[in-house]
Design a protein around this ligand. Structure first.
Ligand code: UDP
Ligand code: MG
Length: 332
């Protein structure tokens, strides 16, 4: 890879959505932690359409440290994973780190991730030593994790944690993807040649509250499962086959009974129960199909995945990106 010599070694990408109360503490810990690494770095903040003071705070930070800070501003809210992908497109480092803005991922761990990449890994996942989230959230995501691992064959021990490192080769491949709904760590895992995981600390949110509702968590898990595997569809055809087989047997039994015992009308409620159960299964199947069809629809429409309003950055050359439709000229 022939990259310009002034490009930094480490790029840190941070999605920001309504984080005004936590940003100051984030800056106070993040910059010293990176300075201590003793290597060249840049921090790319991506504002995901915040409606609070986050943009002003980010712009101010850009003015304070323009040498290592860049800020990508979306025109609306496109979700954490789109924000990270836009950050990747704007980054130039050899080692990419992703981090949450809420300080749940301690910036002091970045050195350990960088060390792993330097050892030759191109994907470093992380496992939270002691998760500081609510009990139900921890339990639900553990269960979902197991199910997802079976279905998609993607080995991510702790899928909810975004403190991860990616090699340039993996990020270049991700930049070529045009997926509308995706899950960054899973996508990266698909492209990684030499993945590994390390254990990291996890803290409580420093300020504000989680941006994920139960609904958006369910959506995210659909992105993970139906976005990376056809197994749910295949399981459904298998289930359909089994059920047709069982119903055919039932029909045979009933025909024989009709011949030998005459007309019968008992057990109507049992029949209802079975019919309703099957109706439920059928509706679920249609919904599942819809998940895939909806994905195809979004992909076929081929609208820009996100719109970048502007990028606050220092140097003179324009950043041209093909996928996100951003041709951005520097503000200075
Ligand atoms: N985030 C974002 N867009 C969104 C939701 C979240 O950029 O639509 C960012 C948010 O600012 C934070 C990170 O994604 O930096 C993780 O969000 P959060 O802490 O709310 O998620 P949780 O830790 O509860 O999973
Ligand atoms: Mg968080």
């Amino acid at each position: 890879m022939n990259r310009e010599p002034h490009f930094p070694e480490v790029s840190v990408v941070i999605p920001v959505y309504n984080e005004q109360d936590g940003l100051a503490t984030l800056f106070a810990r993040l910059y010293p932690a990176l300075d201590k690494l003793g290597t060249s770095y840049e921090i790319v903040f991506v504002n995901d359409g915040s409606r609070d003071q986050s943009v002003a705070i980010l712009a101010e930070q850009f003015r304070a440290r323009p040498d290592v800070t860049r800020v990508v501003l979306f025109n609306g809210n496109y979700g954490q994973h789109m924000a990270i992908l836009a950050g990747f497109e704007a980054s130039r480092g050899q080692i990419m780190i992703t981090l949450d803005a809420d300080l749940q991922n301690p910036p002091e761990e970045i050195g350990n991730l960088v060390a792993k990449i330097r050892e030759g890994h191109d994907y470093v996942g992380s496992i939270r030593r002691k998760r500081k989230d609510s009990v139900w959230r921890t339990y639900a995501s553990k269960a979902m994790n197991r199910l997802r691992e079976k279905i998609t064959n993607i080995k991510i021990t702790d899928q909810g944690n975004m403190l991860r490192a990616y090699g340039r080769n993996v990020v270049d491949l991700m930049n070529q993807c045009a997926e509308v709904n995706t899950f960054v760590p899973a996508l990266a895992y698909r492209f990684a040649r030499n993945p590994t995981e390390i254990v990291v600390e996890h803290e409580e949110r420093s300020a504000g509250e989680s941006k994920y509702s139960l609904y958006s968590l369910i959506r995210l898990n659909f992105d993970l499962v139906t976005g990376f595997s056809l197994v749910p569809l295949q399981m459904f055809s298998m289930l359909g086959m089994l059920m047709s087989f069982a119903s055919a047997t039932l029909v045979l039994v009933l025909v024989v009974r009709r011949l030998f015992m005459g007309a019968e009308a008992e057990g109507v409620f049992t029949l209802f129960a079975i019919a309703f159960f099957f109706m439920g299964v059928i509706l679920f199947g249609i919904g599942l199909l819809g998940e895939y069809v909806g994905r195809i629809f979004q992909q076929v429409r081929a609208r820009p995945r996100y719109v970048v309003q502007t990028i606050l950055q220092q140097e003179a050359e324009p950043v041209v990106s093909l996928r996100g439709n951003m041709t951005v000229f520097p503000t200075k």
